[in-house]
Design a binder for this molecule. Structure first.
Ligand code: S3P
Length: 182
């Protein structure tokens, strides 16, 4: 029988890197609650992320996102938290996570991100919808952000297509880390 899992895990990475799908399955496997910062923003603000960007702008969104992450990290219990793709880019968010959570960068290459995003509604993603060429924008954002994402505690290759298999692998890795801290 596995020991209860007592850590907070924060999943970091680009849109469509699987933070929510892998995160839900990871939380189920670890037996801890799952939260998604975008979903929390939407329910607290009473509007979608796209509407938030359109009405109040990106800076206001980032501020609201920061407050939301702070609230989610304030509790004592273990959890898996999927962070919106830009949240970890904010230094205060990285600071909040330090010492309170184990951050995991789900790394997916630009080509695979584009393939996944082609199956979704781009209009719901303001940073892409507002760009003349969203495919190029993905590659650009990844190049801009990767050095910061790499500051996460763990870098996990999430290019494989099956979120359940990825969650199984990641749960195993996180449990082994707990049992054999370096
Ligand atoms: C963003 C990613 C989105 C959402 C917003 C901005 C980003 O979240 O927070 O559209 O800056 O990468 P997901 O990564 O959950 O799609």
């Amino acid at each position: 029988m596995n020991q209860p899992f007592t850590l907070k895990i924060a999943l970091v990475g680009m849109m469509a890197s699987g933070k929510t799908t892998v995160g839900k399955e990871l939380a189920r496997r670890l037996g801890v609650p799952f939260f998604d910062s975008d979903r929390e923003v939407v329910s607290a603000a009473g509007m979608s992320v796209a509407e938030y960007f359109a009405r109040r702008g990106e800076d206001a969104f980032r501020e609201f996102e920061r407050g939301t992450v702070a609230r989610l990290l304030a509790g004592e219990g273990a959890l898996v938290l999927s962070l919106g793709g830009g949240a970890f880019m904010q230094a205060p968010v990285r600071e909040m996570l330090r010492g309170r959570a184990r951050s995991v960068f789900l790394h997916v290459g630009a080509g695979e991100l584009v393939r996944r995003l082609e199956r979704t509604d781009i209009a719901k993603r303001p940073l892409l919808a507002d760009s003349p060429d969203w495919r190029a924008k993905i590659a650009e954002l990844l190049a801009e952000r990767e050095n910061i994402y790499n500051q996460a505690d763990v870098r996990f290759d999430a290019n494989a297509p099956d979120p359940v298999a990825l969650a199984r692998e990641l749960a195993g890795l996180l449990r082994r880390e707990r049992e054999n801290p370096v």
